[in-house]
Design a protein around this ligand. Structure first.
Ligand code: ADP
Ligand code: MG
Length: 459
C-alpha cells in the first residue's frame, strides 16, 4: 500500500472513529494519484456513493493535511474477482472488530449480492447477558435464530438506546451464518433500506431492488423508526414486508418504541408490525447491570493481563450508572485502559476520578432554561430569539437543536417542551427532533455540534 495513503488512513481512523473507519474506509483500495485526483476501487456502487457523499470531503482534507494536494476522488465500483480490499491484505485485528460480509456475501442459489450491513463480532448470544428485563427478547431472538417453523412474524424488538436491540439482531445473524450458512439472511438498518431504495429509484433499478429484498429467507431491519414520515420508503417497506410474510419468510424489526407509538408511521404498517410478537427490552435493573459488568470484566481482564479490580467496584458501577449498557461498558473499558497506563489496580478512588464525568451525568439534571441559554450563546443569538415566533433559518435551526436536546437530556414531555419554547405545539417539537436526527445522520458537522452542546450541558 502506498505510504501516503497509509498516513491518510491513520489520520482518518482518528478523525472518523474506529467504527466508521472499519465500516467504510477499511474496505476501499487505493490505486493511484494523478493530476490531483485520488483513485480508489470499492466493492460496489452503493459503497462508492455512500463514501463519496459522507466522507469524501474528509478524505480530501486528510490528503491535503499530509501535504498531498487532492481536489477530487474517483471511486470505482468494481466487483470483479481480482478486487481485494486493503482489509484482506493486512489481516489485522480480525478477532475483535467488525466483519464485512458485504464483500463476500454471495450466495450459491442466486447470484445476488445481499447488501447486508457489517456485523459486530462481539454481538453474539454467548456474550449477551440475560436478566429479567431482557429475558423474553432474548428467548424470542433465540427462537428465530434456530430457524424452525416461523411461529411469529414479525418479531418486533423495541426499547430505549443501548439496551441490546442491535446486539440481539447481530446475534441472530451470527448464529444463522453458523448453523444455516445457505440461508439468505439480510440484516440492515432502516436508514440503509431507505438509502438502497432511493438509489434504486435514482438509477431506475426498482426491479433489482425488489429482486434482492424478495429473495431473502430472513430479513432484519434495525431502527425502523428511521423511516417514519418518509412516505415512499414506507410504502416500499410495506410491500416488501407483505411479500416476505406471504412466502413464509421470517422478519425481525427493531424500533425505539412500540409500533403504535412511532409517530409518522402509517397505520397499516403499525398494525402489520404488531401482528407478530412485540417484545419490549426493559431498562436494566441492578442485577442485570452487575451481570453484564461481570461478563465484561472477564473480557477486559484477558486484554489487560495482570490488572486487578478491587472488590466492590462493579457493584459501585452497577449502582451508579443506570443510563444504558453502552455507557456501562464504556466505563469499564476506560477504567481498564487507565489502570494499565498507570499500572495500578482499579480501586474506588480511581473509578471516581476516571469516571467523574459519567458519574456526574447520572446525577445531574439539565433544565430546559440551561439548554436554551447554552444553545443561544453558542450560536450568538438572544435567548428571546429562541422562544420568539421568528422563522428565519439562522434562528429556527438552533431552536430545533435546542428542542432536540431538551427531548434527549430532560425528562420533560413533548407538550411541556413546546410550551417552554414560546408556547409551541408538541407536533412542532416532534418535527424538530426528527429534523435534527435526520441532519445528524447525514451531516457530520451538525452531528459534531450536537455532541459538543450535549457535552457542555452535561459537564
Ligand atoms: P441498542 O441497539 O438497543 O441501542 P446495542 O445492542 O447497540 O443497543 O447495545 C449497546 C451496547 O451494550 C453494546 O455494546 C452491547 O453489546 C451491550 N449490551 C446491551 N445489552 C447487553 C446484554 N444484555 N449483555 C451484554 N451486552 C449488552
Ligand atoms: Mg441499535
Amino acid at each position: 500500500m502506498d505510504s501516503s495513503w497509509e498516513k491518510v488512513r491513520n489520520h482518518l481512523k482518528l478523525e472518523l472513529g474506529k467504527d466508521i473507519f472499519k465500516n467504510w474506509i477499511e474496505s476501499i483500495c487505493f490505486k493511484k494519484i494523478e493530476k490531483n485526483v485520488a483513485y480508489f476501487q470499492v466493492p460496489s456502487t452503493f459503497i462508492a456513493n455512500w463514501i463519496e457523499r459522507n466522507y469524501g470531503d474528509k478524505i480530501i482534507n486528510s490528503f491535503n493535511k499530509q501535504g498531498i494536494k487532492i481536489e477530487k476522488l474517483t471511486l470505482d465500483p468494481n466487483s470483479s474477482s481480482d478486487y481485494l480490499p486493503d482489509i484482506k491484505k493486512n489481516q489485522s485485528d480480525q478477532n475483535n472488530g467488525l466483519d464485512n460480509p458485504r464483500v463476500t456475501n454471495y450466495t450459491d442459489n442466486k447470484n445476488i449480492e445481499l447488501p447486508s450491513s457489517p456485523l459486530d463480532k462481539r454481538f453474539t448470544f454467548e456474550r449477551f447477558v440475560v436478566g429479567k428485563p431482557n429475558e423474553l427478547a432474548h428467548a424470542a431472538a433465540k427462537r428465530v435464530a434456530e430457524r424452525g417453523p416461523v411461529t411469529f412474524n414479525p418479531l418486533f424488538l423495541y426499547g430505549g438506546v443501548g439496551l441490546g436491540k442491535t446486539h440481539l439482531m447481530h446475534a441472530i445473524a451470527w448464529q444463522i451464518k453458523k448453523t444455516n450458512p445457505k440461508s439468505r439472511m439480510l440484516y440492515l438498518s432502516a436508514e440503509q433500506f431507505m438509502y438502497r431504495f432511493v438509489q434504486a429509484l435514482r438509477f431506475k433499478d426498482m426491479y433489482g431492488f425488489k429482486e434482492i429484498f424478495r429473495s431473502v429467507d430472513i430479513l432484519m431491519v434495525d431502527d425502523v423508526q428511521f423511516i417514519a414520515g418518509k412516505e415512499s420508503t414506507q410504502d416500499e417497506f410495506f410491500h416488501t414486508f407483505n411479500a416476505l410474510v406471504e412466502q413464509g419468510k421470517q422478519i425481525v424489526i427493531s424500533g425505539d418504541r412500540a409500533p403504535g407509538e412511532i409517530d409518522g408511521l402509517e397505520e397499516r404498517i403499525k398494525s402489520r408490525l404488531a401482528w407478530g410478537l412485540v417484545v419490549d427490552l426493559h431498562p436494566t435493573d441492578y442485577e442485570l447491570r452487575l451481570g453484564i459488568l461481570q461478563s465484561k470484566v472477564e473480557i477486559q481482564s484477558k486484554l489487560h493481563l495482570g490488572i486487578r479490580i478491587n472488590h466492590g467496584i462493579l457493584e459501585f458501577l452497577a449502582h451508579r450508572i443506570s443510563s444504558n449498557v453502552r455507557v456501562l461498558e464504556g466505563s469499564l473499558t476506560r477504567l481498564y485502559a487507565y489502570a494499565s497506563l498507570v499500572g495500578r489496580p482499579i480501586d474506588i478512588d480511581m473509578a471516581q476520578e476516571c469516571l467523574a464525568d459519567i458519574l456526574r451525568i447520572s446525577e445531574r439534571k439539565v433544565t430546559i432554561e440551561e439548554i436554551i441559554r447554552k444553545v443561544s450563546e453558542h450560536y450568538n443569538l438572544r435567548m428571546s430569539d429562541m422562544i420568539s415566533a421568528r422563522r428565519s433559518r439562522s434562528i429556527s435551526r438552533p431552536r430545533q437543536l435546542a428542542m432536540f436536546l431538551a427531548k434527549n437530556l430532560t425528562s420533560k414531555s413533548l407538550p411541556e417542551i413546546g410550551r417552554r419554547f414560546g408556547g409551541r405545539d408538541h407536533t412542532t417539537v416532534i418535527h424538530a427532533v426528527k429534523k435534527v436526527e435526520e441532519l445528524r445522520n447525514k451531516d457530520l458537522q451538525i452531528a459534531e455540534e450536537v455532541e459538543i452542546l450535549r457535552r457542555m450541558l452535561e459537564a
